[in-house]
Design a protein around this ligand. Structure first.
Ligand SMILES: [Zn+2]
Ligand SMILES: [Zn+2]
Length: 140
């Protein structure tokens, strides 16, 4: 068991049976700015089959710029963002890194939706930047 997760109040927990994420991305899209309180979200993608959630999630779904339905899940008791999933890629769960219990090795490898970032945003040096949505990762 390589990663565990817990919301702020403990009503939602997770176990992630993976040695490493498929991708870790910092996202500055408008929806992430809303859920993250003004800055970017940081997200680690795992195979759905490796993610076990305990507890009840609340969810909000919307149509993303890609046309896909994006579902954001959070703890209904404390509001901690837990994960997102995209209708076109049900094999992946995108876990909010703030939900993952430290210490862990999840570090952003890519910044996406920089076009939506505010002028004061600072992006990590030395990693790829995408103005909008990058291509999906290869299935593994
Ligand atoms: Zn909670
Ligand atoms: Zn986003």
């Amino acid at each position: 068991m390589a990663y565990t997760g817990r919301c702020a109040c403990g009503a939602v927990t997770a176990e992630i049976a993976a040695d490493a994420p498929i991708a870790v991305r910092q996202c500055w899209c408008r929806q992430c700015q809303q859920l993250a309180g003004g800055s970017h979200s940081t997200n680690a993608m795992f195979l759905t089959e490796n993610v076990t959630i305990t507890g009840t999630l609340a969810a909000h779904a919307y149509t993303a710029a890609s046309g896909n339905t994006l579902t954001q899940s959070f703890c209904p008791a404390c509001g901690t963002p837990v994960m997102a999933q995209v209708s076109a890629r049900p094999q992946f769960r995108t876990m909010r890194v703030g939900f993952i219990t430290p210490p862990h090795d999840l570090t952003p490898q890519m910044v996406i939706w920089t076009d939506d970032a505010p002028d004061w945003a600072v992006f990590p040096e030395g990693i790829d930047r995408h103005a909008k949505q990058p291509p999906p990762p290869p299935a593994s």
